[in-house]
Design a protein around this ligand. Sequence first.
Ligand code: GLN
Length: 542
Amino acid sequence: MTTKFIFVTGGVVSSLGKGIAAASLAAVLEARGLKVTMTKMDPYINVDPGTMSPFQHGEVFVTEDGAETDLDLGYYERFLRRSKMSKANNFTSGRIYQTVLAKERRGDYLGGTVQVIPHITDEIKHKIRASGEGYDIAIIEIGGTVGDIESLPFMEAVRQLQVELGRSNSLLMHLTLVPYIASAGESKTKPTQHSVKELRSIGLQPDVLICRSEQTISEENRQKIALFTNVETRGVILCEDAKSIYQIPRRFYEQDLDDLICERFGLTVPEADLSDWDLVVQDLFNAQGEVVVAMVGKYVELPDAYKSVNEALLHAGIHNKTKVRINYINAETLEHDNAAFDELKQADAILVPGGFGERGTLGKMKAIEYARTHNKPFLGICLGMQLAVIEFARNVLGLQANSTEFDRKTAHPIIGLITEWFDEKGELQIRSDDSDLGGTMRLGAQQAELVAGSKLAKIYGANNITERHRHRYEMNNRYIEPLEQAGMKISGYSAKQHLVEAIEIDHHPWFVAVQYHPEFTSSPRGGHPLFNSFIKAAMADS
Ligand code: GLN
């Protein structure tokens, strides 16, 4: 079957939840037996979001194949079951320009003038088509808001592609805002009309409008929107604020959005079965009791910086049928502020997520020490594990230990960059110290072997697992022995290099920290064993 493309744009304002709407539609189409993939095109010039500040951009989502991508890809994976995202599913203007410029330098354009149209747009079209290969449906989300200068080449590429693909193979869905004006007591359709006008001025006519609103939109207004925007009435889909994003697939289904799409594409497929989504929503809303997780991080003012961790905790709540409230505690504040420390003490469990740089690490270690010495359930992720190891080395082993990320000349580099070499027998050796500046990032899905009998192996119910990584520093294996003797046990090693993947503390009800990022593989329907177990332990503590 030829791949059918659904393009998703946004209008009026940003932050309308384009990614969630696109992913929810994907979920309904997948529930009809279709093979769906999704791609995000970002108009900014950065080559990828890998080096962008979480304050500006939220979390960097890591795919199985090790791409550092936009957080929308996290939504895509959480809503889809049958497809995983890859490098092909997120690209920026910067990446497009980089490719085109490399071709220009190589002389591929034979001295011709290189222009936005056709060279940039051709490259965009090529990447869009490539991302859809092998799938029934490819949903392509265009970042930014219609009217932005930056997104114009993407819009133009979509216009051209729609002509090439034909109406039976492509469709445009536009998200817009229908604001409620309290003083007038009415919802207003004008911004939607204008945003569609803006789209039309660049040659794009939407086939579906997703109308985001705080209040219900009347049938009269729906008709009005259809009339003024040239979209058929059944293509005007209402989407008021929902209590949970996981209700959106059903909302779309109830308004027959999937039927409209299947008809347009000439697809004869079974009805959607959304019972698993209904169950998610049901368990979420019927949750009994509440547990409080203190999340001690650096970017706590912007919870999007920890999007996948937040979601994974929520999923674990669904799984345990309890509400999970996250209390974000600023790690730096914790260093000196007693009120913040009191809040930490009141939490049922403590989590230290991943991070880069020294700022806030003392506060994080203070939280870890508290969890360790007060039997509070503790989950450390990536930097969270590294700091758990440092805290233990300092306070239990009495070593002036540190990570070479924070002190290049530390007496005890218990966390450091990795240097690998093969010895004379051809065996891989690993030295972890601060003598090598050039350590590269460990990125993407890798296999780990869990230590038989460890708490972690019991939690996963498996000895081999695959989890995603995004870090440069590793635990220094020279310190394994003293740590283990003092009660901190290594519970997992990387399958290939024998690097420490996870630690736990023997005489503690639940103290687990992992070098990888389990949050990237948690989903609302499947949950994640590690988060499920963590929340269960928190419930026991509450
Ligand atoms: N900064 C640490 C490293 O690079 C941890 C990274 C992380 O938490 N993702 O190893």
